[in-house]
Design a protein around this ligand. Structure first.
Ligand SMILES: NC(=O)c1ccc[n+]([C@@H]2O[C@H](COP(=O)([O-])OP(=O)(O)OC[C@H]3O[C@@H](n4cnc5c(N)ncnc54)[C@H](O)[C@@H]3O)[C@@H](O)[C@H]2O)c1
Length: 257
């Protein structure tokens, strides 16, 4: 029996990762969702249940050294193959270098950076030549500096570097590696600041030519596109999905120079 294509999505219990899992499932792919949060992961499974693609959850901390092996093995065991790895799980907060403790720095490196390396290394053992791909979720924090976001900007910039280098080394096998740099997307990660901080919204929304926050589906659709053969000549690229925030530095009327 030929198995449907399979995606492994980290951070699939919430926000962008959940939307990515649902998108792949809706498109008929099997999905192995990985997250720390077992209950919320189960909810993601329920949300995919109306679609044709099967879902399995694996509750594990991706910084655990055994997590990549467990996750890739679970994809193969449940679905017989792995076609796309989506390195989405990540953490964020705003602090300058001077205010960042060693523990905070180590955690950022472990979650946002080392896990991308280790998950990719393991997935590359089974991703099929000529059709396999990896999509990493970076951030606009990898394109511009953001006030007091030292660990976040540093680790997301590393994700863009890893994307380019993996594309360089594994492109010859026909495995494409790309990244997405989302702008401000409404998710549990950002909900508190969006609800309680009008300056945060003004900073993130007003400079967009058509002012609105991003929706999780804006990112899920872009991830699916990059994983598909519609993107077969796109490799090593970081796609900014931010409504034009970084490209235009847009000013409302009345603020012209
Ligand atoms: N929301 C935004 O505006 C935005 C913008 C740019 C980039 N991003 C990136 O998108 C990704 C998803 O963000 P989100 O907004 O959906 O966040 P979120 O907090 O809603 O979801 C992140 C998920 O990752 C999981 N996770 C965190 N650490 C983990 C670990 N060690 N092991 C396993 N799972 C872990 C969490 O449990 C959670 O379910 C992150 O990499 C984030 O940096 C988000």
């Amino acid at each position: 029996m030929k198995h449907p294509a399979c995606a492994l999505v980290t951070g699939a219990a919430s926000g962008i990762g959940r939307a990515i899992a649902i998108k792949f499932s809706r498109e008929g792919w099997s999905v192995l969702g990985v997250d720390l949060n077992a209950d919320a992961l189960e909810e993601t499974g329920q949300l995919t249940s109306g679609y044709s693609g099967a879902f399995e959850g694996l509750a594990v901390d991706i910084t655990d050294k055994t997590a990549p092996d467990q996750a890739v093995a679970a994809a193969i065991e449940n679905f017989g193959r792995l076609d796309c790895l989506v390195n989405n799980a990540g953490i964020g907060f705003a602090k300058s270098a001077g205010d960042t403790t060693d523990e905070e720095w180590d955690r950022f490196i472990a979650v946002n950076q080392t896990s991308v390396f280790r998950m990719s290394r393991e997935a590359l053992k089974v991703l099929p030549e000529n059709t396999g791909s990896i999509v990493n979720i970076a951030s606009i924090a990898a394109v511009v500096g953001l006030s007091e976001s030292f660990s976040y900007v540093t680790t997301k910039t590393a994700v863009v570097g890893m994307t380019r280098q993996l594309a360089t080394d594994y492109g010859p096998r026909g495995i494409r590696v790309n990244a997405i740099a989302p702008g401000q997307i409404e998710t549990p990660l950002t909900a508190e600041r969006i609800a309680g901080n009008p300056r945060f919204v003004a900073f993130n929304v007003d400079p967009i030519p058509f002012p609105r926050l991003g929706h999780v589906d804006d990112i899920a659709n872009a991830v699916y596109f990059l994983s598909s053969d519609q993107a077969s000549y796109i490799n090593g690229h970081t796609l900014v999905v931010d409504g034009g925030w970084t490209a235009t530095n847009f000013s409302r009327r009345g603020y012209e120079m």
